[in-house]
Design a protein around this ligand. Structure first.
Ligand SMILES: [Mn+2]
Length: 508
C-alpha cells in the first residue's frame, strides 16, 4: 500500500491531541496533591506567530510552538491555548481577522468551526483572553496564571512565555508548567508512535529511492531533491524534521554537513562513500534516519570494515535496549564495540578498557549515541532537573543521560569518522598516541565517515525498530543493484572483507 493511503488523517489526529491533554491533566493532578503546588486556575500557551523574513513581507511557513502542538493540533496563526487546571477544560483563543484576510488568505472561519474541528471545550477571540480568564476564574484580586517557560537542555534556549494584552493584570508562574509538560512529551502514546512510524515508513522508502538512483557525476543536492520529492509526493510530508545532510566523500566526516555554508553541492565521485541523514516529518512528528553506502553500489574493503564496525555497534545497542537500561551505558557499549572492531583490524592497538578510560572512543565517535525523538527532532526532556551533563569527551555530547523507559522513542546512531581535528590532537598527546597504529590509520586518512541511524520505541523487555532500510552490506548492494525491498530471500555473503557484522575478519 502506498504510504499516503495508510497515513493518519486529521480525524485520527484529534483524538491524539485529546489523549495528550488527558495525560497532561493526569500528571498535573498528581503534582497538585503536593502542598507546595501554586494555586493557579489557568495555564496559557502561545501558539506561535508567523515570522516575516528579515524586513520583507515574505511570510515563512508557520512552525507552531511544539508544546502547544502537543496539547492541541490547531494550525492557527496568532492563537493562544489555555487549559483550566481544575476542570481540564481547553480553551482556544483565535485571532479576530480583518475582512482583508478573506481576500488574501482564505475564508474566515467562525469560532464554532474551531471548536468542532479541533475538539476543544471553548473558543474565544485572542483580544478577549484577559476578560474571559477573569470571568471564568470568578475570584477577586489578582489571578495567578501558569505560563510556559523553561530551558531546552538541548539548545540551551528558553521557551518564550505567552504575552497578551492586559497580562499585567495577572500574577504569573513560570516554573510549574514546563517540567510537567516536558515529562508528558517524553513518553509517547500509541497514536504518537503511529505517526512517528508513518514518518519512518515514508523516509525509509525515500532513502531506498535515493540508494537506487545515486551515481558518480551527480550533485549531492540532486539526492536531497529525490528524497524531498519522494516524501512529499508519496507521503504527503511537506517538511523534514531537520536540514538534509547529504554528505559524500570527505564531507561524510562533517557531522552537520548540509548547512547554508556547505549546501550539499559536491559532485559525487566513483568510490565515494555517501552518508545521508534525512528524515521526513508528518503532522509535526518526525523521523531521523541515516544510511551510509558506496556511491557506486559496491563496498570497498576499507568501507566494509568501517561500515561493519558501526553496524555491529548499532545492532548491539538495539539488542541491549529495554526499560531500565542506562543511556550512558548504551553510549559506552557502542564506543566499546567500535573500538574492538578497530582493534581487530589493527587501526588501534592496546587494552580496550584503558582506551575507554582515556575516552579514545570519542576521537572516532564524537557525538552522542542518540536522542529522544518526537515533535522535535531533539525532543525535550533529555535532562530532568538536577541531572548534570557529563564533562568528558563523547559523553558530554549526549542529549540525554536518562534511564530508558517504556514508551520513549529514541534514535540509535553510532558512527565512526576520521576527523583530522580530533585525530591530530590525539596523535600528538602521549597519553593517547600509543593506541594508534599510524601506518594502518593512514590508509583511512581521506575515508570520511559512516553513520547508521534508526529510530526505536522502547518496550518493557526490548525495543521496536521503526526504521526499515537495508542495513547489512549484502542487503544494501542487492537493493542498489535493483532488488526489491524487503529482499525476497536471504543471501549468504561470501566475498572476503564483506562478512556480516558477526564475523568481522581480523585480516580484512
Ligand atoms: Mn539523529
Amino acid at each position: 500500500m502506498l504510504p499516503l493511503e495508510r497515513a493518519l488523517t486529521m480525524d485520527d489526529y484529534m483524538p491524539l491531541s485529546r489523549g495528550n491533554r488527558d495525560k497532561d491533566q493526569k500528571t498535573l493532578n498528581q503534582a497538585r496533591i503536593s502542598s507546595s503546588f501554586p494555586l493557579a486556575r489557568f495555564r496559557v500557551l502561545t501558539g506561535g506567530v508567523e515570522h516575516k523574513e528579515r524586513c520583507t513581507q515574505h511570510g515563512l511557513l508557520l512552525r507552531l510552538n511544539t508544546y502547544k502542538h502537543f496539547l492541541s493540533y490547531t494550525p492557527i496563526i496568532g492563537q493562544f491555548f489555555s487549559k483550566d487546571v481544575a476542570s481540564g477544560h481547553s480553551i482556544l483563543f483565535a485571532p479576530r481577522l480583518s475582512a482583508e484576510y478573506a481576500v488574501w488568505l482564505g475564508e474566515i472561519k467562525p469560532l464554532s468551526y474551531f471548536k468542532e474541528r479541533y475538539m476543544v471545550d471553548m473558543t474565544h477571540y485572542v483580544d478577549e483572553i484577559a476578560e474571559v480568564l477573569y470571568d471564568l476564574g470568578g475570584q477577586s484580586g489578582k489571578q495567578l496564571l501558569f505560563l510556559l517557560h523553561g530551558l531546552n537542555t538541548d539548545s540551551n534556549n528558553f521557551s518564550r512565555p505567552a504575552d497578551f494584552k492586559d497580562i499585567e493584570n495577572f500574577e504569573t508562574d513560570l516554573l510549574t508548567l514546563h517540567p510537567i509538560l516536558t515529562e508528558c512529551r517524553v513518553f509517547k502514546s500509541n497514536l504518537e508512535v503511529d505517526l512517528i512510524q508513518y514518518a519512518n515508513d515514508v523516509s525509509s522508502e525515500a532513502h531506498i529511492e535515493v540508494m537506487r538512483r545515486i551515481g558518480a557525476g551527480m550533485k549531492e543536492y540532486q539526492l536531497e531533491s529525490i528524497f524531498l520529492h519522494h516524501i512529499y509526493m508519496h507521503g504527503g510530508c511537506r517538511h523534514c524534521s531537520y536540514t538534509c545532510i547529504c554528505a559524500t566523500g570527505e564531507n561524510s566526516a562533517v557531522l552537520h554537513y548540509g548547512h547554508a555554508a556547505a549546501p550539499n553541492d559536491r559532485t559525487l565521485k566513483e568510490g565515494d562513500i555517501a552518508l545521508f541523514d534525512m528524515g521526513a516529518e508528518y503532522h509535526f512528528y518526525g523521523s531521523d534516519i541515516t544510511c551510509s553506502f558506496p556511491v557506486n553500489g559496491k563496498f570497498t574493503k576499507h568501507q566494509a570494515v568501517i561500515y561493519n564496525a558501526v553496524l555491529r555497534a548499532h545492532d548491539t545497542v538495539i539488542k541491549s535496549i529495554s526499560s531500565g537500561v542506562s543511556w550512558i551505558d548504551m553510549h559506552k557499549l557502542a564506543e566499546k564495540t567500535i573500538l574492538q572492531s578497530l582493534k581487530t583490524v589493527r587501526i588501534i592497538v592496546g587494552d580496550i578498557d584503558e582506551m575507554m578510560e582515556m575516552r579514545l572512543g570519542a576521537v572516532f565517535l564524537p557525538h552522542g549515541i542518540g536522542h529522544l525523538l518526537g515533535i522535535d527532532t531533539h525532543d525535550p526532556g533529555g535532562y530532568t532537573q538536577g541531572m548534570e551533563r557529563p564533562k568528558v569527551p563523547g559523553l558530554k555530547s549526549l542529549r540525554t543521560i536518562r534511564e530508558l523507559r517504556e514508551g520513549m522513542v529514541i534514535t540509535v546512531e553510532p558512527g565512526c569518522y576520521f576527523i583530522d581535528a580530533l585525530l591530530n590532537p590525539a596523535l600528538e598527546d602521549p597519553t593517547t598516541s600509543r593506541f594508534f597504529n599510524v601506518e594502518e590509520l593512514d590508509r583511512y586518512k581521506n575515508f570520511g565517515g559512516i553513520r547508521i541511524e534508526s529510530d526505536v520505541v522502547v518496550t518493557l523487555n526490548g525495543c521496536r525498530n521503526l526504521t526499515n532500510v537495508p542495513r547489512e552490506i549484502w542487503e544494501i548492494e542487492a537493493v542498489m543493484a535493483g532488488e526489491p525491498w524487503p529482499l525476497k530471500q536471504k543471501q549468504t555473503p561470501l566475498e572476503p572483507g564483506l562478512e556480516p557484522t558477526s564475523t568481522l575478519n581480523p585480516k580484512s
